[in-house]
Design a protein around this ligand. Structure first.
Ligand code: BES
Ligand code: ZN
Length: 621
């Protein structure tokens, strides 16, 4: 049963009960069907259309405070509008027809937060919500100056996907609900503020920044970042933001941004967001990248110094079409965002660097897919493309399946129907569904009507329903091959017996070749072998985050002591969950490893974003 907090006086998220029958009468029946299990909003009754956000960033007490004023559409004459909030203090609510509205804040669900019910009159065109975030807001990471590159200024960034936008803005937090926005953000004078919107390129004197996003976006693409940030243009419509200490390196690493954009447009149509910039965040950023419109958020761990990890940029750029333009309707359709994006990312990379290069990416991706299936089990329902996230945190169902099984299905479609046909279908998919949402069922309907109907054989060959609704990996998957990796397989086989690797053979290896080598070392290698490899190739000292992470897995398993100091260093500086999770998982397999992991984590935890903290907390508890 629900408790309600009612009224303007309820400034906190305490679960108090008050009596206010008038608000209760205004409530929409619980039985109203909701498409999105992860939002309390009922958009078919009353929905947001535009946001005017006016907030200030308070670095002293690590809170954001301000007002979110929404233009709303109430086509059904509903008598309330429902918002998502989590850990927010609602200070005051006004509508066009009434100030000091008596609102209702439901008791909190563990990961969904609290529904905010605002009574409205049928004629109301707007509602405004004055609010404050709490000190431990899940989406926000407030970094002290010491946690930044420059060590002089604090830093703040958000991570809203999947359902964390509601922790820093009261909003209808569903990927199926889009709105335009304007924002005014007051920051301390010496910080630059950026959003997923039209952005400034340099600081101003008063620390007050204004933003505009004229294309409708869902709440999970709301993003903000503030710090000692500088800008360097890469081309007329692309560029890089970073702390000044990192700016030149970042701009060099991502020099091909314009080429990627040109390739993407050639494939699937005009870029819809005018400008494409990228910000390199401090290392605690919990993801590799996040496709915030106009401004990809990116981990510094892809700055390898040799441009070898830039597929991530192609990936986030590709989301400008798959995800940001054509959006998954709910998180159960997540594969439509990520599977399409992986496919698109590899097409961009092929365009720029050729098939040999992309073959390596494809094989590594396929290895990820196989190990995910092995890890969670081929019968596990989370290996279906269409997820069932009922009563679950969407984060729990978001695995490599959406990415790599999703991509594998699209590869199969391309291969069966021919690239030209498939591209024509995809072009139509992006143009017909631009600024709309799509769910799995609708996609299958379109696929059947627009592509598979052209040839009955294709349909029976592909068995697309099986891919989408059945667990595991269908037998008709195309197993990618890489010529370069075949050579490495030979070297690995030799190593099995000779216990030696001829350094000359590896002289021209790129990151991907090293990754294939490290991932496929014989399972029975000994500590001696690991010592030999480290002495020969200095893996423990690698400056490449992917190589380091792959190497540490072996070092942990075989207790290769010289790697443990760099490992501790890595775990305390890098907050990217993709690296942390397997490393901690490997560590806690032994008692000594567990002790080490706990010691390191105690130091590292304050540096992690809540997204990573939650995962590692659960593993080490
Ligand atoms: N949108 C995702 C990140 C994400 C997914 C955040 C789910 C929250 C919930 C982003 O586009 C992504 O996939 N990033 C990858 C990198 C990519 C190259 C596969 C990552 O962070 O590792
Ligand atoms: Zn992605």
């Amino acid at each position: 049963m629900k408790n309600f907090i009612i009224g303007m006086l309820c400034l906190s998220i305490l679960q108090t009960s008050c009596n206010d029958s008038s608000t209760q009468e205004n409530k929409i029946p619980e039985t109203m069907p909701r498409k999105d299990l992860h939002s309390f909003a009922i958009p078919n009754l009353s929905v947001i259309k535009h946001l005017d956000l006016d907030i200030s960033l308070n670095f002293d007490n690590k809170t954001i405070e301000g007002t979110a004023k929404y233009q709303i559409e109430n086509a059904t004459n509903a008598n309330e509008i429902v918002f998502d909030t989590k850990d927010l203090q609602i200070l005051e609510v006004n509508t066009e027809s009434k100030t000091g509205i008596t609102f209702t804040l439901d008791s909190a669900n563990e990961y969904l937060g609290s529904a905010l019910h605002i009574p409205i009159a049928a004629t109301d065109k707007w509602v405004s919500i004055k609010y404050r975030t709490s000190a431990n807001t899940a989406a926000l990471q407030w970094l002290d100056a010491e946690q930044t590159e420059g060590k002089k200024h604090p830093f703040l960034f958000t991570q809203s996907q999947a359902i964390l936008a509601r922790t820093w803005i009261p909003v209808q937090d569903s990927p199926g609900i889009r709105f335009t926005y304007k924002a005014k953000v007051q920051a301390p004078k010496d910080l630059l503020v950026l959003m997923s919107a039209k952005n400034p390129v340099e600081k101003n004197e008063n620390g007050l920044y204004e933003f505009e996003m004229n294309q409708p976006v869902p709440a999970y693409l709301m993003a903000l970042s503030a710090g000692n940030i500088t800008y360097k243009a890469v081309s007329e419509r692309t560029g890089v933001y970073a702390e000044p200490e990192k700016l030149e390196k970042a701009a060099w690493e991502f020099a091909d941004m314009e080429k990627m954009l040109v390739a993407a447009e050639k494939l699937y149509g005009k870029y819809a967001w005018e400008q494409y910039d990228l910000i390199v965040l401090p290392p605690s950023f919990p993801f590799g990248g996040m496709e915030n419109p106009r401004l990809t958020f990116c981990t510094p761990t892809v700055i390898a110094g040799d441009r070898s990890l830039t597929a991530l940029v192609a990936h986030e750029l590709a989301h400008s079409w798959s995800g940001n333009l054509v959006t998954n309707e709910t998180w159960e359709d997540f594969w439509l965002n990520e599977g399409f994006t992986v496919y698109f990312e590899r097409r961009i990379m092929e365009e720029l660097y050729g098939k040999e290069y992309t073959d390596m990416l494809a094989v590594l991706g396929h290895q990820d897919l196989l190990s995910t299936i092995e890890e969670i089990g081929a019968e596990n329902a989370d290996t279906k493309l269409k997820l069932n996230l009922k009563d679950r945190n969407p984060d729990d169902g978001m695995t490599d399946i959406a990415y790599e099984k999703g991509n594998a299905l699209l590869q199969l479609l391309e291969n069966t129907c021919g690239r030209e046909n498939f591209d024509a279908f995809l072009n139509k998919h992006f143009s017909e569904n631009a600024f709309k949402t799509i769910n799995t069922e609708k996609f299958l309907e379109n696929l059947n009507a627009q592509l598979l109907s052209q040839n009955p054989e294709w349909k029976t060959k592909i068995e697309v329903e099986k891919w989408v609704y059945q667990p595991g990996l269908p037998a008709n998957v195309i197993v990618p091959k890489s010529q370069k990796f075949e050579t490495i397989n030979g070297i690995l086989a030799d190593f099995s017996t000779s216990k030696k690797v001829d350094k000359k053979l590896t002289a021209n290896w790129t990151t991907h070749e090293w990754l294939h080598f490290l991932r496929n070392l014989p399972s029975d290698i000994s500590l001696n072998d690991v010592v030999y490899l480290d002495n020969t190739f200095a893996f423990s000292k690698s400056g490449n985050s992917e190589i380091l992470a792959a190497w540490f897995m072996h070092s942990i398993r075989l207790n290769h002591q010289p790697a443990f100091e760099p490992l501790a260093n890595f775990l305390t500086t890098v907050g990217r969950r993709k690296f942390l999770k397997p490393l901690y998982a490997e560590l806690i397999k032994t008692e000594a490893g567990k002790t080490f992991a706990k010691e390191v984590y105690e130091k590292a935890r304050p540096n992690y974003h809540s997204v990573s903290r939650e995962t590692i907390d659960a593993m080490l508890k």
